[in-house]
Design a protein around this ligand. Structure first.
Ligand code: IDP
Ligand code: MG
Length: 239
């Protein structure tokens, strides 16, 4: 968004002044609402001033340059603010288990998270080893179904994902539904698409600590992608 404004609206002179922090625009593809607004503010004075360049315009132009120069640190500050906001966004670990994959439900499940407004920041398909499954479900090791559960998770391909968004950990669990599909509400993933607890097709982290641990178990840090999606300015906002 901000890089578009940089490209299309800024005259060359303005662009050169902005170049010092345009790197920041492209660095994280951030340029969300705050950055776009800040850039637009900083450019407002430049555009008419360079269209026709008489004496009066030169005066206006110099005022505009000054206001632009003042606006630049503010824009940079707001960019940082935007990046800090992005860093605060919650992330959760979601996995489509072998039954969900074999039943052809990958797209259906992904679309429910995507349509809600959450952002996919990591995804891969893998067959976990039994040992890995035991690590993932370590908190259930005393349960009678633990061994069968770990056998099952390691029996075929799993789609491992990280989804990002405000409240995604708790609300992701709502999208998934109760552990036992017999008790999951219609409209939830398990409620609509599964029948028994042993084949409930999807896993989702149950809290912030678990989310952090599970993301760390399944993904290397460099497999997580930081980006701002174009839709975010339509998904988040206050009136
Ligand atoms: P969750 O997946 O909703 O977080 P947990 O209690 O963490 O539920 O259990 C992990 C997984 O273990 C469940 O998704 C389900 O596949 C399996 N599971 C849970 N309870 C039972 C049970 O009573 N019998 C068989 N499998 C179970
Ligand atoms: Mg659980």
């Amino acid at each position: 968004m901000s890089s578009q404004i940089c490209r299309s609206a800024a005259p060359r002179a303005a662009r050169s002044l902005l170049s010092s922090y345009s790197k920041q625009c492209s660095r994280s593809i951030s340029g969300g609402r705050a950055a776009a607004a800040a850039t637009a503010v900083s450019l407002r004075g430049f555009i008419p001033s360079l269209a026709s360049f008489g004496r009066e315009e030169r005066t206006n132009a110099s005022r505009a340059w000054i206001s632009g120069v003042i606006a630049l640190p503010a824009a940079a500050y707001m960019l940082q603010d935007q990046e800090a906001h992005a860093a605060e966004m919650e992330r959760t670990f979601i996995a489509i288990k072998p039954d969900g994959v074999q039943r052809g439900l990958i797209a259906e499940i992904i679309s429910r998270f995507e349509r809600k407004g959450y952002k996919l920041v990591a995804i891969k398909v893998l067959v976990p080893s039994k040992e890995f499954a035991e690590k993932h479900y370590h908190d259930l090791k005393e349960r009678p179904f633990f061994n069968g559960l770990c056998d099952f998770l390691s029996s075929g391909p799993v789609v491992a994902m990280v989804w990002e968004g405000e409240g995604v950990i708790k609300y992701g669990r709502k999208l998934i539904g109760a552990t036992d599909p017999q008790k999951s509400e219609p409209g939830t993933i398990r409620g609509d698409l599964a029948v028994v607890v042993g084949r409930n097709i999807i896993h989702g982290s149950d809290g912030p600590e678990t989310a952090k641990d599970e993301i760390g178990l399944w993904f290397k840090p460099e497999e997580l992608v930081n980006y701002t999606s174009n839709a975010e300015k339509w998904i988040y906002g206050v009136n």
